[in-house]
Design a protein around this ligand. Structure first.
Ligand code: ADP
Ligand code: MG
Length: 151
Protein backbone atom coordinates (compact mmCIF):
# COMPACT_ATOMS: atom_id res chain seq x y z
CA UNK A 1 0.00 0.00 0.00
CA UNK A 2 1.15 3.49 -0.73
CA UNK A 3 1.30 4.91 2.82
CA UNK A 4 3.93 2.32 3.69
CA UNK A 5 5.85 3.12 0.54
CA UNK A 6 5.69 6.78 1.40
CA UNK A 7 6.67 7.10 5.01
CA UNK A 8 10.19 6.02 5.77
CA UNK A 9 9.56 6.16 9.51
CA UNK A 10 5.98 4.80 9.36
CA UNK A 11 4.79 7.89 11.17
CA UNK A 12 1.23 9.15 11.37
CA UNK A 13 0.03 10.58 8.05
CA UNK A 14 0.16 14.17 9.27
CA UNK A 15 1.68 17.12 7.43
CA UNK A 16 2.57 20.35 9.17
CA UNK A 17 2.73 22.75 6.23
CA UNK A 18 1.52 23.06 2.62
CA UNK A 19 5.05 22.18 1.49
CA UNK A 20 4.90 18.89 3.39
CA UNK A 21 1.57 18.08 1.75
CA UNK A 22 3.03 18.89 -1.66
CA UNK A 23 6.06 16.71 -0.94
CA UNK A 24 3.83 13.82 0.10
CA UNK A 25 1.90 14.04 -3.18
CA UNK A 26 5.10 14.37 -5.17
CA UNK A 27 6.59 11.27 -3.51
CA UNK A 28 3.39 9.34 -4.19
CA UNK A 29 3.19 10.15 -7.88
CA UNK A 30 6.90 9.60 -8.52
CA UNK A 31 6.28 5.93 -7.68
CA UNK A 32 3.48 5.70 -10.24
CA UNK A 33 4.00 5.30 -13.96
CA UNK A 34 0.62 4.17 -15.21
CA UNK A 35 -2.70 6.01 -15.54
CA UNK A 36 -4.85 6.20 -12.44
CA UNK A 37 -7.72 8.18 -10.97
CA UNK A 38 -6.92 9.92 -7.69
CA UNK A 39 -9.97 10.97 -5.70
CA UNK A 40 -9.54 13.77 -3.17
CA UNK A 41 -11.87 14.16 -0.22
CA UNK A 42 -11.83 16.87 2.42
CA UNK A 43 -13.45 20.13 3.50
CA UNK A 44 -12.83 23.47 1.86
CA UNK A 45 -9.27 24.50 2.68
CA UNK A 46 -8.20 20.97 3.61
CA UNK A 47 -5.43 21.02 1.01
CA UNK A 48 -6.80 19.15 -1.98
CA UNK A 49 -5.51 21.71 -4.46
CA UNK A 50 -2.18 21.88 -2.62
CA UNK A 51 -1.97 18.10 -3.00
CA UNK A 52 -2.62 18.36 -6.75
CA UNK A 53 0.19 20.93 -6.99
CA UNK A 54 2.49 18.28 -5.53
CA UNK A 55 1.22 15.74 -8.06
CA UNK A 56 2.03 18.21 -10.84
CA UNK A 57 5.54 18.68 -9.48
CA UNK A 58 6.06 14.93 -9.37
CA UNK A 59 4.88 14.70 -12.97
CA UNK A 60 7.48 17.32 -13.98
CA UNK A 61 4.80 19.86 -14.88
CA UNK A 62 6.05 23.43 -14.66
CA UNK A 63 2.73 25.20 -15.24
CA UNK A 64 1.08 27.04 -12.38
CA UNK A 65 -1.78 24.90 -11.15
CA UNK A 66 -4.95 26.95 -10.81
CA UNK A 67 -7.98 25.41 -9.17
CA UNK A 68 -10.49 24.46 -11.89
CA UNK A 69 -13.40 25.47 -9.66
CA UNK A 70 -15.33 27.25 -12.43
CA UNK A 71 -14.07 25.42 -15.53
CA UNK A 72 -14.22 22.03 -13.77
CA UNK A 73 -11.29 20.59 -15.74
CA UNK A 74 -7.76 21.71 -16.53
CA UNK A 75 -5.22 19.45 -18.22
CA UNK A 76 -1.45 19.69 -18.18
CA UNK A 77 1.24 17.75 -19.98
CA UNK A 78 4.23 16.33 -18.19
CA UNK A 79 5.87 12.94 -17.59
CA UNK A 80 2.26 11.79 -17.79
CA UNK A 81 -0.74 13.96 -18.57
CA UNK A 82 -2.49 15.43 -15.52
CA UNK A 83 -6.23 16.06 -15.61
CA UNK A 84 -7.31 18.17 -12.65
CA UNK A 85 -11.05 18.15 -11.99
CA UNK A 86 -12.86 20.10 -9.26
CA UNK A 87 -16.51 19.21 -8.69
CA UNK A 88 -17.17 21.80 -5.97
CA UNK A 89 -19.57 23.80 -8.14
CA UNK A 90 -21.61 20.99 -9.70
CA UNK A 91 -25.24 20.96 -8.66
CA UNK A 92 -26.03 17.38 -9.66
CA UNK A 93 -23.76 14.45 -10.40
CA UNK A 94 -24.97 14.42 -14.04
CA UNK A 95 -22.79 17.46 -14.63
CA UNK A 96 -19.86 15.09 -14.34
CA UNK A 97 -20.91 13.16 -17.45
CA UNK A 98 -19.02 15.36 -19.97
CA UNK A 99 -15.87 14.51 -18.05
CA UNK A 100 -16.41 10.78 -17.88
CA UNK A 101 -14.26 10.13 -20.92
CA UNK A 102 -11.40 11.96 -19.22
CA UNK A 103 -11.16 8.92 -16.95
CA UNK A 104 -10.25 6.79 -19.96
CA UNK A 105 -7.39 9.12 -20.74
CA UNK A 106 -3.84 7.91 -20.63
CA UNK A 107 -2.97 10.02 -17.66
CA UNK A 108 -3.45 10.87 -14.03
CA UNK A 109 -6.90 12.23 -13.23
CA UNK A 110 -7.12 13.98 -9.86
CA UNK A 111 -10.65 14.83 -8.71
CA UNK A 112 -11.46 17.28 -5.93
CA UNK A 113 -14.86 16.86 -4.26
CA UNK A 114 -14.97 13.38 -5.77
CA UNK A 115 -17.91 12.43 -3.55
CA UNK A 116 -20.14 14.61 -5.76
CA UNK A 117 -19.87 12.11 -8.64
CA UNK A 118 -18.93 9.01 -6.70
CA UNK A 119 -21.11 6.65 -8.77
CA UNK A 120 -19.26 7.56 -11.98
CA UNK A 121 -15.79 7.00 -10.59
CA UNK A 122 -13.78 3.81 -11.02
CA UNK A 123 -13.45 1.46 -8.05
CA UNK A 124 -9.82 0.99 -8.97
CA UNK A 125 -8.37 4.27 -7.80
CA UNK A 126 -6.23 5.93 -5.20
CA UNK A 127 -8.24 7.65 -2.52
CA UNK A 128 -6.81 10.58 -0.60
CA UNK A 129 -8.62 11.91 2.46
CA UNK A 130 -7.45 15.19 3.96
CA UNK A 131 -8.59 16.35 7.36
CA UNK A 132 -7.90 19.72 8.96
CA UNK A 133 -6.37 19.15 12.39
CA UNK A 134 -5.26 22.71 13.06
CA UNK A 135 -4.27 25.82 11.10
CA UNK A 136 -1.23 24.20 9.53
CA UNK A 137 -1.60 20.51 10.14
CA UNK A 138 -3.54 18.03 8.07
CA UNK A 139 -4.14 14.32 8.45
CA UNK A 140 -3.72 12.68 5.05
CA UNK A 141 -4.89 9.13 4.59
CA UNK A 142 -4.07 7.47 1.30
CA UNK A 143 -5.65 4.22 0.19
CA UNK A 144 -4.54 2.44 -2.92
CA UNK A 145 -7.53 0.63 -4.42
CA UNK A 146 -5.94 -0.10 -7.77
CA UNK A 147 -6.48 -3.84 -7.29
CA UNK A 148 -9.89 -3.59 -5.68
CA UNK A 149 -11.63 -5.74 -8.31
CA UNK A 150 -9.34 -8.68 -7.55
CA UNK A 151 -9.87 -8.57 -3.78
P1 ADP B 1 -8.91 22.73 -0.89
O1 ADP B 1 -8.52 22.56 -2.33
O2 ADP B 1 -9.01 21.43 -0.14
O3 ADP B 1 -10.14 23.56 -0.72
P2 ADP B 1 -6.51 24.32 -0.80
O4 ADP B 1 -5.46 23.37 -1.17
O5 ADP B 1 -7.00 25.27 -1.83
O6 ADP B 1 -7.75 23.53 -0.16
O7 ADP B 1 -6.06 25.20 0.42
C1 ADP B 1 -5.45 24.68 1.56
C2 ADP B 1 -5.04 25.87 2.41
O8 ADP B 1 -4.54 25.41 3.65
C3 ADP B 1 -3.94 26.69 1.75
O9 ADP B 1 -4.14 28.04 2.04
C4 ADP B 1 -2.68 26.17 2.47
O10 ADP B 1 -1.66 27.14 2.51
C5 ADP B 1 -3.22 25.88 3.85
N1 ADP B 1 -2.48 24.86 4.60
C6 ADP B 1 -1.99 25.01 5.85
N2 ADP B 1 -1.40 23.91 6.28
C7 ADP B 1 -1.49 22.99 5.28
C8 ADP B 1 -1.07 21.65 5.14
N3 ADP B 1 -0.43 20.99 6.12
N4 ADP B 1 -1.33 21.03 3.98
C9 ADP B 1 -2.01 21.67 2.99
N5 ADP B 1 -2.45 22.93 3.06
C10 ADP B 1 -2.20 23.59 4.20
MG1 MG C 1 -9.44 23.07 -4.13
Amino acid sequence: MIPRLLSKEASLPITKSPEETKNLAEDLIRKIDSPVCITLFGDLGAGKTVFVKGLAKGLDIDDIIKSPTYVLLRSYSGRMKLNHIDLYRIATCDEFLPFEETLLDEGITAIEWAERAEMFLPDERIEVKLKILSRNSREIIINDFRNRREQ
